[in-house]
Structure formats: structure tokens, C-alpha cells
Design a protein around this ligand. Sequence first.
Ligand code: SRM
Ligand code: SF4
Length: 688
Amino acid sequence: MTTSFGAANPVVLKDPKIQIQSFNGFRSSNSLALIRHIHFISAPCSSCPLIRAVSTQPVNPETAAQTKRSKVEILKEQSNYIRYPLNEELLTDAPNINEAATQLIKFHGSYQQYNRDDRGPKSYSFMLRTKNPCGKVSNKLYLTMDDLADQFGIGTLRLTTRQTFQLHGVLKKDLKTVMSTIIKNMGSTLGACGDLNRNVLAPAAPLVRKDYLFAQQTAENIAALLAPQSGFYYDMWVDGERIMSAEPPEVVQARNDNSHGTNFKDSPEPIYGTQFLPRKFKIAVTVPTDNSVDILTNDIGIVAISGDDGEPLGFNIYVGGGMGRTHRLETTFPRLGEPLGFVPKEDILYAVKAIVVTQRENGRRDDRKYSRMKYLISSWGIEKFRSVVEQYYGKKFQPFRQLPEWEFKSYLGWHEQGDGSLFCGLHVDSGRIGGKMKKTLREVIEKYNLNVRITPNQNIILTDIRAAWKRPITTSLAQAGLLHPRYVDPLNLTAMACPAFPLCPLAITEAERGIPQILKRVRAVFEKVGLKYNECVVIRVTGCPNGCARPYMAELGLVGDGPNSYQIWLGGSPNQTSLARSFMNKVKVQDLEKVLEPLFYHWKRKRQSKESFGDFTTRTGFEKLQELVEKWEGPVVAPARYNLKLFADRETYEAMDELARLQSKNAHQLAMEVVRNFVASQQNGKSE
Ligand code: SRM
Ligand code: SF4
């Protein structure tokens, strides 16, 4: 099919070899600026390839009015595919890089930061984020990251909400060493940040099952399809050496296909062009029922559908999810993905590309607050969005297939992989691996030559474990506080917090550093109002409204809105399918009980059978809940407490005490948790 979108509109400059793509409506206002910048960049970048990106420029309806462009659009355009001025800035003696380079280095997978706890001159460092589709991390890469954290970082590794590692505190002078070490150990940070496709999520479980393997392979193919092609990353960090694994032919074919006007012809970036996407772009792939990936929060959510015989048939596609918002700006909002349609399995890369290109061409580039695809879909409506995507896809979407209920799957504890080996999912509070935990994890991973997976909930899975290793591994891990989930407070198991202070420049208040105390206080409220130990509420905390720990999907979301204060969001569901709503603003951290106590008290007493806290708050309605909070004078009768005395031999006590300290508890608290969890698991008939 030939495209109905019209022909290319390249801006042809004086030198006929230099052509710059134009995006709708940007052409006339920018030609002069382009001529200026090309003279400017050609000198320092004489060894870089010539700028050549000619859009085939399909034209979409009603978008030609955009003329203003954000600063970042101009920086991208002037960068010679994300090289200049970063290449120069990295060579200076200064501990930091300038604003333009700061924007560009994101595309290379790094952010410039400074320690906000420090007074005086800014202490600059860089955070590096890896890209690990499906959260897969090879043994070699894990050990490399572990070493790098000690040698060049702040001594910790951070598992993220998108199945990657973050390494904080790398100094500018060490960046090249760290980057090249990651690359040479089969890791990558390319495109972990910046205006392009971010890490592609997929269930982390190493289950040897056709549906899981198919979903994971699809996630890897999509990641490859949308990886930058122009070589800026390898030029910058490994002097142009291309250290990449071979791509499946179907990925190369889909990337090069231009039958429907998706590509910039002859461009080093056939899908992204010089401008890349208007904003970050996020994709998750999963299988029916498995919502370990928070599927509806992604720009594209893909569900691999299999037939009755287990053979993969194709994919349901959701579009338009996203979390970020700005306080007091109601035109910004979190949004759930909505169904776009179904495509047969051989079409998925083409359908994804068509969606990405629709956003590339039509997403706003004037104001980054509104540049995510969710705003495009909100303003167009799904019908119009679908019809534009279909033109790039070259086909109609089939009706969305019916799906069973979603479930949140954590994969914590021990499980069979399905190939004779075991895997072990470990909860890591806020994904922060440090101290004794880091040392022990390394020892275990190294000794047994284990591969690793990172989950979208900041946890880690050790894979490929032989049955005979289970006991010694369990013992080693437990000594470092990495316990079977049965012995971890259920509130911690589902909680998440973003990094926030001290390094995130956007943090308004604490999140990762504040959550341990908050969870303990929630536990105390639970006890006070008589809620059982094994009852659970999904709690997520972020230091600002950007939503990095997806607080708007939580049953109780705390979103920093001032120093030591949080906006409270209620109404998410345990399986992450409904959006929470803002309940109260500016609740000081020390006043949280005043709100949480009445809410949990009434949930305990007024809920319907098995009603989750999120569903209870939605059913009751915020007006009623607000009234309850305002009139709250404390529980009528404090629940009775029964005394359970525990005596232990010295050795057990000391081991318990050490474990407890690792979890910032005392030995008695930990012992009570273990007992409660054991009793609860017996009652629930849970097995490993
Ligand atoms: Fe995020 C920006 C950390 C997942 C929405 N995010 C940041 C930065 C880089 C701050 C900055 O721009 O300078 C944070 C670095 C803090 C630090 O010191 O480490 C940061 N985001 C994180 C991580 C590490 C949180 C975590 O606890 O794990 C996650 C890394 C993911 C990864 O491996 O790729 C992380 N960020 C998310 C998610 C969740 C997700 O993707 O599933 C979201 C919400 C989903 C979404 O994108 O809609 C998210 N981060 C944002 C936003 C708001 C985007 C928006 O559309 O408005 C920003 C700010 C921005 O982009 O301007 C942001
Ligand atoms: Fe930083 Fe805000 Fe993201 Fe937390 S939610 S990491 S404070 S940008």
C-alpha cells in the first residue's frame, strides 16, 4: 500500500549533502536556525558522520499548527545525533557538564546529579541506568555492576521500577571507564533515559513456558527494534567499536520497512530521525492474568494471546498509559492505557512501530509537560488515534480479545522454572542493594554462577538454581536479611518508593529514605485498629508528582507535595487495574496517623467480604471518608493485646538480633513478625 500521507518534506540546505528532516509545522521557523547550527557543529565534529535524515513525512490531520518548540527539541536537533556538545563537555576538567550536554547524556543512559544534602558548592556526580529488557541480567553483568558500584559509585546498586539497575555517584572523570566496562560486559545504558523507547518490561519470572517465553522474546525484539541506530553511544564510550549482539532478521526487516511511510529514508536513525520522540516512551509486554508489569501504566501495553493449544496467536494492545503529572495543574494527569485492538503475532513489530511513529509525528513538541502519548490520545480520542495508527500500520486492528482478570504476581520465594531448575524471588526494600545484603548476593550469585532477573517492583530473582543448592543458598541469604517472603512484613512486600532525596533533582520530599518509618507506623496503626498481620495494602511513596514508583496505582499513594508533606491518593487496586484519586493535600508526615487511623479503622469494620482497602475507599466515596477523618477521635476500644513470651538460646537470640538490625527492628519485633507470618501462612494453607 502506498501511504496516503503525502511526500517527504526535507529542508534542503545550501550544501546538498546536508538535509534535515522537518516535523509538521516546524519547517519554516527553523530553516535559518538549522543553517546556523550546521556551521557551528561541523567543526568540532569533523570525524562524526554527516547529518542526513530525510523524512518521508507522512502528514497527519490537524497537527500543522504547532510552531513553537521546546528547548530540548532544539538541543536534539543541533546535536548531530546526540553527540555535540556532550563530546566536548566530557573532555573538560570541570566536574559537571553544561545544560545542553546534560540533556543529551540522558540518551546515553545517564543523568547529572548533585547531592542535595550537602551545603556549599554542588558536588556533582552521574547516575547511570542500564537497559535490561524483561529485567534479564547475566551473571557476568551482575558481577560487573556490583564491582562498579563499589569502585566508582556510592557502594549500592538500585533496582528500579522498570527492571533496570541504577548506579549513583559516578564522577565525570570515571564515566567513560564505567560505561565502557558495562558495554564490554554485555550490558548497555543506551536509551535508558531520553526521548525514546525506555526499557521494555516483561514478567521477570524465568518460567520455561511457551507463553512467557514468547512474551519475553517479543519484549526483547521490541527493545531491539526501537534501539537507536546512529552509533552515538558507541562513538562516545568505546571509540566507535560496535559491541552488539546479532539481531533477529525480523527485527531488522521491520525496522527497515517503509511501505507505509514510517521511516526517515537513508537516515542513520530510520525511526527516530534527528528529533527522536517528543518525550520518553514506555512499553510493557505480558501474558493474560500476569500483571507483574503494571501493564496499564505504559504508553503501549502488549498482551500475548495464545490459542487453546498453547500456540501464540497474536497480541492485544493497550495504549496511552502514563503516571506523571504536575501539582496544581489539572491539565496534567495520570492515565490508564485503553484497548487499541488485536494484531496477529507476525505483525507486532509493525504495529508498535506505527504507534511510535504516530506519537513521533503528532505528540506535542512545544511543551514537555504535555508531550507524552497519553495527552495525544486524550485530545484525539481513541478512534482517531486508531485510524491514524492504522495508516502507518497499513491494516485495520482486529477487535481486542477478551481477557481474564489481572493478578499481581510478585514471584517472591522459591519456584520451579519448568526445566528442572529453581528460581528464588527476593524482596529488596526500595530496590536498594547495599552493605551485607550486597556482599552476600554477590557471593551467592558468583559461587553458583547464577543469572538474575530484576522485577518491575524493585525486587530480584535468582535463576537457574539446582535443587541441591536451595538449602545453602537460603541460609546464606537469610544471614544477610534476605528472607523468604513469609518472614517479611506483608506491607513491605508490596510497597515501593522512588529514590527522591538526596540525589533526585526533582524531589520535593523524602521517599526511599522515609518509607521504612512510614511502613512501621502503618503497621502500628494496623495493630491499633485490629487489622490482622497478613492483611495487605499496596503502599507506594514518591518524593514528587512524577510518579516514578507508580503511586497513582496504589491503594494508598503518598506523593510529595511539600517539605515533609504528602498528597494522599486512594483507590488503586491490589492487581493494579484502577487509578487512584487524590484524597487530601499537604498532609504533614507527622500527621499521617490522623488520616490513616480512621481510614483503616473503618475499612476493618465496614468492608464487604474480602474487599480490598482500595475498593473500600472507592465504594465509600471520598466525601464520606473525609467526614470520617475530620470527626475522628480515636478507636472506641483499643483491641486487646495478648502476651506471647519468647525465650531463645543465646546463639539464636544473637542471630535474630543481627537480622533484626539489618531490617531496622529489634529482635522481639522480628520474632513476632516471623510468628505472625507463620501462623498466617498456616491459616491460608500457603506452601512454598
Ligand atoms: Fe522516573 C524522572 C527515577 C520510573 C516518571 N525518574 C526521573 C529522574 C530521572 C529524575 C530526573 O529527571 O532527573 C529520577 C532519578 C532519581 C534518582 O536519583 O535515581 C527517576 N524513575 C526513576 C526510578 C529509578 C524510580 C524507582 O524507584 O525505581 C525508575 C527508573 C525506571 C527505569 O529503570 O527506567 C523510574 N519514572 C518511572 C516511572 C514508572 C514506570 O516507568 O513504570 C514513571 C511513571 C510512568 C510514566 O513514565 O508515566 C516515571 N520519572 C518520571 C517522570 C514524569 C514523566 C511524565 O510523563 O511526566 C520524570 C520527570 C520527567 O520525565 O520530566 C521522571
Ligand atoms: Fe525523583 Fe519525583 Fe521520580 Fe521520585 S517521583 S525519583 S522525586 S522524579
